[in-house]
Design a protein around this ligand. Structure first.
Ligand code: HEM
Ligand SMILES: *[C@@H]1O[C@H](CO)[C@@H](O)[C@H](O)[C@H]1NC(C)=O
Length: 466
């Protein structure tokens, strides 16, 4: 038998390849909410004749009328995408149209020509309307075909094979990518007067997130098969929204490659991460550093941190205008954005009062506790932001442990600083204007090591200057 001659590694590799070959599928069940409703599944099949991969695509589109069109396409944006656009009248007796197009920019897509294909080749294998199932458990419409699970009356069933599809030159189609970007788009109201392959299509709604278009990501590698025979068409499991696919980039490699397409998200994340993971905590640490100029360091540092955060607030606001304001992340972000400037004012008011009466006021306590809260909420928002943009468990676990270690370190620092301040020599503190804050029970202003004089040097300096 031939397989006995195969090296062991080859056998193991082959078994692994079979084991990890799984059809992948991505569905959006939007019909009940008046949104896009489709399913797509793929298999990437290694073709030894062409030494490339053939893309087998199954697609269903749920609809109840002849209005509009539904499309999916390879790539993260319209330009260079290989698009599969579906439209037609389910009641006409004609098959649904599967129009395969591409776009040179954000223009009306045009039909793909053989010259566009760069050696890849397309065959439509199936394009049929089906009545949409029995709709078990769902209220039946009065109109004849029973409504399917999604409430739609008809399902367009389509399948297509794209031979040597990675040769498509306009934008990468990567058979081994764990996170190949795709786009979906639809228009739900255009009345097409002729259902031809080159029918002029009206625009989808603008902006991602308003239901007009969006991205999804496919683990192409997971779907890859190198069996010798042609694969059967990718099955679509009913009711399963995602199998080896995601609304967000998959894995860290997928995440990295998507960063380039989302500069605002990257800016927002980096800037907010820097502010809340490093800058603000460092400013707190400086306040309790025991240095004579601790106060000055603190406010100057927090002012810089606030400026850095402002960049994040602006980028966050721009993104919120695009996608709406609804998540906890945004509400907590709004709280932090408003609280930080208030912190500045409180810290300053505290200082003005302190150099007069040498005691903490309620303002001081609000500043301290709100400051701690703001940093905690900021950390929480770093995590929730990571969840929003689709980081996996590994990334979240890493960030959580960074935050935990930082929290422990900061607590220990503050605790040691307060111990230092309490055990500071009290002799000189009994006289002079600063006594009040060293009375038993009163908390210290600064974490100071030496005498009151050393501590108040800095503050007196401030007074003299002002
Ligand atoms: C920009 C102007 C700011 C000034 C003038 C200022 C001033 C001060 C002062 C004087 C204290 C000591 C209070 C005391 O021990 O009684 C303090 C503590 C503190 N500040 Fe600020 N601050 C400013 C901004 C901020 C910001 C923006 C944050 C947080 C995001 C912050 C967080 C804190 C925290 C957490 C403490 C307490 C440290 C501890 O836990 O012991 N500060 N600040
Ligand atoms: C390999 O690709 C060619 C077209 O380029 C196709 O005719 C053939 O059926 C494919 N082979 C298999 C095993 O799928």
């Amino acid at each position: 038998m031939t397989w006995t001659k195969l090296p062991l590694a080859g056998i193991i590799f082959h078994l692994l390849a079979i084991a990890i070959t799984e059809p992948v599928q991505y569905c959006r069940f939007g019909h009940p909410d008046g949104e896009i409703d489709f399913c797509m599944g793929i298999i990437m099949h290694r073709n030894s004749t062409t030494d490339s991969h053939d893309l087998y695509l199954s697609m269903t589109v749920a609809r109840s009328s002849a209005l509009g069109w539904t499309a999916i396409g390879t790539g993260g944006e319209m330009a260079g995408s290989l698009m599969f656009i579906v439209y037609g009248d389910p009641k006409s007796g004609e098959s649904p149209i599967l129009s395969i197009r591409t776009a040179d920019g954000h223009h009306q897509p045009r039909l793909v020509t053989p010259e566009d294909m760069g050696g890849a080749d397309l065959r439509v294998l199936q394009a049929d309307w089906m009545p949409a199932g029995s709709g078990a458990g769902l209220v039946q419409r009065s109109a004849s075909p029973p409504a399917g699970p999604s409430g739609a009356d008809y399902i367009a069933k389509l399948s297509v094979v794209c031979y040597a599809c990675p040769r498509w030159p306009a934008a990468p189609i990567d058979a081994l990518s764990p996170s190949q970007p795709w786009i979906w788009a639809w228009n739900d109201n255009q009345e097409l007067d002729v259902f031809s392959f080159d029918a002029a299509l009206a625009m989808h709604k603008h902006h991602a997130g308003n239901g007009g278009w969006g991205n999804f990501y496919v683990d192409m590698a997971r779907s890859t098969s190198d069996a010798a025979r042609r694969p059967s068409l990718p099955p679509l499991r009913p009711g399963v929204a995602q199998l080896g696919t995601s609304n967000t980039p998959i894995g860290s490699a997928g995440y990295l490659s998507s960063l380039r397409t989302k500069p605002l998200v990257v800016l927002h994340g980096c800037v907010m991460g820097a502010a809340f993971l490093f800058l603000f905590p460092l400013g707190v640490l400086l306040m309790r550093s025991g240095r004579a100029n601790a106060f000055k360091l603190h406010w100057m540092f927090q002012l810089v941190s606030t400026a850095v955060m402002a960049i994040g607030v602006i980028s966050g606001t721009v993104m919120s205008r695009e996608r709406g304001f609804s998540t906890t992340h945004q509400w907590l972000g709004l709280f932090v954005a408003l609280a930080v400037p208030v912190q500045g004012i409180l810290g300053w008011r505290h200082h003005l009062a302190f150099i007069q009466i040498w005691r903490r006021t309620w303002i001081s306590h609000v500043h301290i506790w709100m400051g701690r809260l703001v940093i905690l909420v900021g950390w929480g928002n770093v995590l929730s932001g990571m969840i929003l943009v689709g980081h996996g468990t590994a990334g979240l676990a890493g960030m959580s442990s960074l935050i935990t270690s930082e929290a422990i370190a900061l607590c220990m620092w503050l605790w040691i600083a307060s111990r230092r301040a309490v055990s500071a020599p009290k002799g000189k503190a009994d006289s002079g204007p600063a006594t009040a804050w060293k009375r038993p029970g009163a908390e210290p202003y600064f974490a100071i090591e030496g005498s009151v004089d050393e501590d108040s040097d800095e503050d007196r300096g401030d007074i003299e200057k002002s």
